[in-house]
Design a binder for this molecule. Structure first.
Ligand code: G3H
Length: 249
């Protein structure tokens, strides 16, 4: 089953109104492969979501970087899935390693969040990935399988889930995984999905790679059979994000 290439840009906690407008202008002026070939989603901070949505070309979409685990209410500082839906935001990133590490988001909490966001008809980019210590101790697959299982335990319909494999040691470090390292984990993850979730889902779910992707290294990574796209941090704030989108072809 053909999996459409997916390129996400995670702007994290960056940008001023002027900087955000400049990035959007660059994207709007870019010549990129058609929406039939590549799905592009950019994820500004909450405060810029509606601005970006209103300015961004119609073939690109926006994602929030997080949402609350259940219905909104007395949860100061949180943003609910319902609010994102109300604003017409179609996507949300859940379980990014920065939130797992800095805000102590557990596998189970991430699984609950993914399930709740899906129940509200949001599409989810669910992040998983091992630390350097875990990789060096040989537990990469055990870690990403446990993270994926916590999602699989709560989710039955995977149509609106993109799985983002982001090794923590590669995020923001300039130490990108080699194409072989990325392919190995993506392939093992697909096998895990095949054995534990179902053959159809394993064949159709997109597994994208994140961690120091840039305009220079994207093409070779994109050529790996189980790499279905990217979740890009730092380079998504720069014009080279357009080159990363173009690596779809
Ligand atoms: O969500 C994106 C990842 O954290 C990758 O960030 O491209 O700056 O390494 P990076």
């Amino acid at each position: 089953m053909a999996r459409k290439f997916f390129v996400g840009g995670n702007w994290k906690c960056s940008g001023t109104t002027e900087e955000v407008k400049k990035i959007v202008t660059t994207l709007n002026e870019a010549e990129v492969p058609s929406h039939d070939v590549v799905e592009v989603v950019v994820s500004p901070p909450f405060v810029f979501l509606t601005l970006v949505k209103s300015l961004l070309r119609s073939d690109f979409h926006v994602a929030a970087q997080n949402c609350w685990v259940r219905k909104g209410g007395a949860f100061t500082g949180e943003v609910s899935a319902e609010m994102l839906v109300n604003l017409g935001i179609p996507w949300v990133i859940i379980g990014h390693s920065e939130r797992r590490a800095l805000l102590n988001e557990s596998n189970e909490f991430v699984g609950d969040k993914v399930a709740y966001a899906l129940s509200q008809c949001l599409k989810v980019i669910a992040c998983i990935g091992e630390t350097l210590e875990q990789r060096e101790s040989g537990s990469t697959m055990a870690v990403v399988a446990a993270q994926t299982k916590a999602i699989a335990d709560k989710v039955t319909n995977w149509d609106n889930v993109v799985l983002a494999y982001e090794p923590v040691w590669a995020i923001g470090t300039g130490k990108v995984a080699t194409p072989a390292q990325a392919q190995e984990v993506h392939c093992e993850l697909r096998k895990w999905l095949n054995q534990n979730v179902g053959a159809d889902i394993a064949a159709s779910v997109r597994i994208i790679y994140g961690g120091s992707v840039n305009g220079a290294n994207c093409k070779e990574l994109a050529g790996q059979p189980d790499v279905d796209g990217f979740l890009v941090g730092g380079a998504s704030l720069k014009p080279e994000f357009v080159d990363i989108i173009k690596s779809a072809t």
